[in-house]
Write a protein that binds this ligand. Sequence first.
Ligand code: FES
Length: 195
Amino acid sequence: MAKTIFRIWRGDARGGEFKEYESEVSEGMVVLDVVHRIQADQANDLAVRWNCKAGKCGSCSAEINGRPRLMCMTRMDTLPKDRPVTLQPMHAFPLLRDLVTNAREKALLELLMAPQRLGLAVVGPPGIPAEVTTLLRDAYLTMVATTEYRDEAIKRGFDVGAPNSGEAITEYVTSTLMTVPTETIAEYRTYVERR
Ligand code: FES
């Protein structure tokens, strides 16, 4: 089992600091698994929130290596291995303690997490024949499954979680992103522009 250093922000709204923890990481673990292991073995008072463990509720959101992510959906083997993994609370939300924030809007979280849920979507113009779309989708899924692609993408800091199918992305955009209220989109923009 490989060992990984985690730098986790500890503190509350009055202040805090990063603390280092070393933990064993086994195959198939996601970031949330490692955080739970650290909590059990080394930091019983570490505050972390989660619920569904399936990328749906948004409660495990945190900034992983400086980017908004869901801890339950971020596989350890998609993160660079040559430096510590940094975990801190989401900048956008008022901080309660450690990795726990007080999310005002589930929809706002949804927008922040959309890039991770969508993965590396390839967008084409309307009117592409269905059989061509099928070929393109199959080729894309074959490409992202290769070791060469994953290694290069990780090196460049791209998201390489489990790739979504074109059908799953279409369903997510239609049923979730298209229903986010305009005031939440405006709030999201102010957050993105602040970063
Ligand atoms: S625990 Fe629900 S999204 Fe991670």
